[in-house]
Each structure stands twice: as C-alpha cells, then as structure tokens.
Write a protein that binds this ligand. Structure first.
Ligand code: AMP
Ligand code: GLY
Length: 418
C-alpha cells in the first residue's frame, strides 16, 4: 500500500511513524512533512495540504492507495471530498461533516436533535442577544466564538463581569453561550465510518502553558494514554450516548462521517457530556495513542476509509504512554525560532521516541521553526514509569531556547499514588 500523510506537526510525525511500521505499508509520502517525518517517509513533498489540486496530483504521481489527513484545515477546506471524488481512499471527513469541529453551533444543534448529553446553550448573532442569554444562564457561564478558533475563542467566565467582557470583545460576531459543566475532562478517540463506530483509545492532555495547569491556553503541552478516569463503563456510555448517535444522525441527514472522531468529554456527576468535537486526532494525544496500537494500523485506516469496519478489531497494548511537549521560548505567544536542537538519538537510546513538530534543517543542523517543537514520548507499565522514562529522555536533549512543563500527568499520578 502507498500512503500519503497530510500535515507537518507532532501528530503527523506519530501517525507516519506508526503507519511506516505496518507490514502493509510499501511506500510512505508526507506532505509537507517535517525533518522528524523524513526519518520514516520515503519522500517529503513540499505542497500545501489545503491545496486539493496539488494533493490530487501528488496522489496520482505516487500511485497513492490511502490518504491520511492529520490536521483539520484541509478537512474543513474540503480536501477529503475532492480526493474521494477522484476515487482515492481517504481517512478524514467531508467538509460537511467537518463542521462538527468547524462550527460549534452546528455541533450544538446536532446534539439537540439527537438528544446527546452536552451543556445547555443558546446561539446568538448580536451583542444584545448574547447579553440577554447571560440573564438566563447566570454565572459561571461559557462564551464561545462560533467558528474555527484554534482553541482560543473560548471564555470560561466565573463571573458575569468576565462574561460581559468576552461578549463585548466579540462585538456582533456569532457566539454560543453555554451552561458551565463541572467535572474532569477526558478525550475519547473513535474511528467512524458512516453508522459504524469503533473506540480507539482515551487520553488526557494539558492545555495550559504553566505548571499546575495555569497560564494561557496552548495546543497542548503534554498528554497521556490511557486516561483511567474514563473507566470502561464511562467509555461505553460515551460511545452509546454520544459517539454512535452522532454518527447515525450525520448518516441519516446525508452527511456521513468518515475518519477519526475526537470527543472532548466532561465527566460530570450525571455522566459523560460532550464539550466539543474535533474531526481528527489530538495533538499531542496522537503521540500517546499511536505507541499503544497493536497490529497493522495502515490496514485499519484503509478499512475505515473504505467503510468496511465489520472485521476491524483494535487491540491496545497494556501500557501507559506519556508525551512531554518541548516548546520554543515565547510560546504560546511569538516563539523564538532558530534555536539549535541536539541529543535526539541519545534521548531515544532507552526506547523513548522524540516526535518532531516545529523543526527545520538549517546548514545540516536541526533547529526550532515553530511554537511546539518536540514531543518526547515514552511507555511504561504504569503512568509513573512512563513519566520517569519520558523525563529521563527529555534530560538528554540539548535545546537551550525551549521549555517543557515538569508536571505532565500530575492529577492522575497523584490519584494513582493515593
Ligand atoms: P472547547 O474549545 O469548546 O473545547 O473549549 C475549550 C475548553 O474550555 C475546554 O477544554 C474546557 O476546559 C472549557 N470548556 C468548554 N466548554 C465548557 C463548559 N460548558 N463547561 C465548562 N468548561 C468548558
Ligand atoms: N490537544 C488538543 C487538540 O488537539 O485539539
């Protein structure tokens, strides 16, 4: 099988690494890829993954049998639709189904139609309407921009004043005003092909830049899988009450979903409730899920892309995996790029893997080129063992212009320690 992976982040490096190990993978092309992905790929192609014409031309040139789309932007732009129109098997939803991530209002309305547990909400299209909605919800309350906002655009307002400020800043932009949910968050990843759904794995990430989960939001500073808070019983409820009805409703309405569905859940006293959907793997959650998957991952992805889930079995290794993100100084603000990175080979000597995100090669040297730079990933029999292995590997990396959180997994580690 010839496989094309679209994207260039740590998530795509992990996907490429896992796909390249599949016995059925004969050729791996990444577009545009990064220096980490060059370690597993037969070729990196410098094209824009949102440019459907360029992606189709590349797929033809390389006789690609399967395209795996990493990030959301090409999906929202309809690249998967164009590939499927050309008869190229693609793991990733249509633009219509990708609205699950692209439009919070779309997802909330779907939840209402399908009776899916989620926070109560109101969509508003003017400042006056949003302020009126505040009167009904009271505080705490959540104010969300109704579009693709890269994890920004959400204000969890503990007071009415904070909520009013967020509404004023948004002007008359469309918003979703939402009931505040209390509980612990967990991420659930599932394969979806039309009405068929299969649980892949659970994970938790750390979105805040600072230790103790403080400071501004980021794309994610670290993650671990599994997330033991999502017990088997809660997983089954989330699949039955949230993921499956979503797949069925989309299929019923003529916009079936194909690909990876990422459900951001709040585990409330009343059970799991949906906070948000993403239509792709999480980054850095993918980096901790890929090492746990047993068997031929490329065959699994092809089966989903072709809508043939009947024989699909997903076996997970009985291991805990942690990843620690190394970011460039300044992130999530303007990152300081160009800093030299070395020691990756040494870091990988004891079985850890260092996935790359914002890296580039300059004069034969590896340098930082973006906000999140590396994801140092290790497995263990317990989360504490995985943590020790990941931080031991991190200690061998020489990258003076970067930083990492020292407390990834703290909540779960404290719980496990009793
Ligand atoms: P979202 O982009 O919708 O995932 O929101 C970003 C973050 O805001 C989530 O990961 C939660 O931590 C928080 N959040 C979003 N919606 C709610 C809610 N209804 N209640 C409490 N926290 C929320
Ligand atoms: N780590 C959060 C995300 O990928 O959206």
């Amino acid at each position: 099988m010839h496989i094309l992976v679209l994207g260039s982040g740590g998530r795509e490096d992990a996907l490429s690494w896992r796909l390249s190990q599949s016995p059925s993978c004969d050729k791996l092309v990444c577009a545009p890829g990064n220096p980490g992905m060059a370690r597993w790929a037969d070729r990196l192609a410098a094209i824009d993954p949102c440019d459907a014409d360029a992606v189709i031309a590349l797929a033809r040139e390389e006789a690609i049998d399967l395209v795996v789309v990493g990030p959301e932007a090409p999906l929202v732009a309809g690249v998967a639709d164009r590939l499927r129109d050309e008869g190229i098997a693609t793991l990733g939803p249509s633009a219509a189904a990708a609205q699950l991530e692209g439009s919070k209002g779309f997802t909330k309305d779907l939840c209402a139609r399908a009776n899916i547990p989620t926070a109560g909400y109101e969509r508003t299209a003017s400042q006056a309407a949003a302020l009126a909605a505040l009167d009904r919800f009271g505080a705490p309350v959540v104010v969300k921009a109704d579009g693709l906002a890269a994890g920004k655009g959400v204000t969890v307002a503990m007071t009415r004043e904070e909520a009013e400020e967020a509404i004023r800043e948004a002007g008359d932009a469309p918003l979703v005003i939402e009931e505040f949910l209390e509980g612990e968050e967990a991420s659930l990843f599932a394969f979806v092909a039309g009405r068929e759904v299969r649980f892949i794995a659970s994970a938790q990430d750390h979105k805040r830049v600072g230790e103790g989960d403080t400071g501004p939001n980021t794309g994610g500073m670290g993650a671990y899988s599994p997330a033991p808070v999502l017990t088997d019983a809660l997983r089954d409820r989330a699949m039955d009450e949230i993921v499956r009805p979503t797949a069925e409703t989309l299929a019923d309405e003529g916009t079936p979903f194909n690909g990876i569905l990422y459900a951001g859940l709040m585990l409330t006293a009343d059970g799991p409730k949906l906070i948000e959907y993403n239509v792709r793997f999480g980054d850095p959650e993918c980096q901790v899920v890929m090492p746990r998957i047993e068997g031929d991952f490329a065959e699994m992805c092809l089966a989903v892309a072709e809508g043939e889930l009947a024989d699909l079995e997903i076996l997970l290794e009985d291991a805990h995996v942690m990843t620690v993100v190394v970011a460039a100084d300044g992130y999530p603000g303007t990152p300081r790029t160009g800093g030299a990175i070395s020691g990756i080979e040494e870091a990988e000597e004891d079985g850890a893997i260092v996935f790359q995100a914002g890296t580039a090669e300059k004069d034969g040297e590896l340098v930082a080129s973006g906000g999140r730079v590396l994801a140092v990933t290790a497995a263990g029999g317990t989360l504490a063992e995985a943590r020790d292995a990941a931080y031991a590997a991190l200690g061998k990396i020489d990258y003076v212009d970067g930083f990492a959180r020292r407390d990834i997994g703290w909540r779960e580690l404290e719980r496990a320690a009793g």
